[in-house]
Design a protein around this ligand. Structure first.
Ligand code: HEC
Length: 320
């Protein structure tokens, strides 16, 4: 190689490096301009109408029992049903909860998880993707049943539910053994889903108020939980509910900051719950009353958030 050639090389390398740096800068700029996909988009059928799929959800058909102790148990189950951590393993990492498939305690015709679903609305719950125990290496997706559908359409008799649900959590989804009160809560929540309690409209809008209400109900369940582990799981469920708010407020930095500060206050409360701290209920009350101000602040900009159906259509799927 001649001298010019040798000299030219570092120069062209430099140019290439500069070009790369520019390209990188451009792509980071693009990445930060682009909205992050919502987590639930990972289990939507491709081409799904995002405003409908993420802006609306099946209405819950919950008949709250008159007996206060039973009503408290239903609330424990309701919160656990919406918490990905109940399922553990791969499902928890993906952010999947019971409610991802049984939206609003019902079904989810738009659910399609790669490797787990056949046609939209089906899932293989004995997939080795989620379970080391029951993974059967056979791809047999089944329609996701509406848990508030007519009782006659459900296959599991009420007396078989405790063993069925424990198997679902621990064996099918690799979750940690749930505390007895959480398992009983799930059983009681299933029993409280009643076709007669379905609102007239099949679907309801997904709203900030709805997600914050879920967080508050989980914290109320924590305050009256019968044991520390269940109380700690309820606080964790509230944090999971706040995550759903957080991702809808991206690009609204002041609101995001306020929300994260509130969420951060729940971490020590979760630890206090697990330790059986005596003043937990008082601290939870403090959080709950402060959350009203937070809600007003967030609600003022809900129309600019990803709760607004018009904004959802602009989201890009999380797939190549
Ligand atoms: C990945 C999607 C998915 C998740 C997550 C999921 N399910 Fe299901 N569930 C299904 C499917 C599909 C069936 C039907 C299975 C069959 O027909 O063999 C089912 C069946 C059931 C049934 C039985 C209904 C009947 O006919 O008796 C109950 C109860 C139930 N699920 C509750 C839950 C609970 C509680 C959780 C969380 C611990 C959960 N599911 C998580 C998809 C899911």
């Amino acid at each position: 190689m001649d001298r010019r050639g040798r000299r030219a090389r570092p120069l062209s390398r430099l140019r290439a490096a500069a070009g790369l740096a520019l390209a990188l800068a451009a792509s980071t700029a693009l990445a930060s301009d682009r909205l992050r996909p919502l987590r639930a988009m990972a289990w939507l059928a491709p081409g799904a109408d995002l405003a409908a799929a993420l802006g609306r959800e099946p209405a819950e058909c919950l008949k709250t029992p008159a007996d206060p102790a039973l009503a408290r148990s239903v609330e424990i189950g309701r919160a656990a049903f919406r918490d990905p951590l109940l399922l553990g393993g791969q499902a928890a990492r993906a952010g999947l909860s019971c409610e991802s498939c049984h939206a609003g305690g019902r079904d989810n015709p738009r659910f399609r998880f790669p490797g787990l679903s056949g046609p939209p609305g089906t899932a293989d719950v004995t997939s080795s993707l989620f379970s080391r125990v029951r993974g059967d290496a056979v791809f047999n997706p089944r329609p996701i049943p509406d848990l508030a559908g007519p009782r006659a359409t459900l296959k599991t008799p009420p007396e078989a539910l405790p063993a069925f649900l424990r198997g679902l959590v621990v064996e099918e989804f690799d979750g940690a053994e749930p505390p007895a009160a959480v398992l009983q809560g799930l059983v009681d929540y299933m029993a409280a889903l009643d076709p007669a309690a379905c609102p007239r409209a099949r679907e309801a809008p997904v709203t900030l108020a709805g997600h914050l209400a879920n967080a508050r109900r989980a914290l109320a369940a924590a305050a009256t939980a019968p044991d520390p582990e269940t109380a700690a799981r309820m606080v964790a469920a509230a944090r999971a509910a706040l995550f759903l708010v957080d991702e809808r407020y991206q690009r609204l930095p002041a609101e995001t900051q306020a929300l994260r500060a509130a969420a951060a206050r729940l971490a020590p409360l979760q630890a206090a719950a697990r330790a059986g701290a005596p003043d937990l209920a008082r601290d939870l009350d403090g959080w709950l009353s402060d959350s009203r101000r937070l809600e007003r602040r967030l609600a003022a900009r809900e129309a600019e958030s990803l709760y607004a159906p018009a904004r959802l259509s602009g989201l890009q799927p999380d797939r190549p």
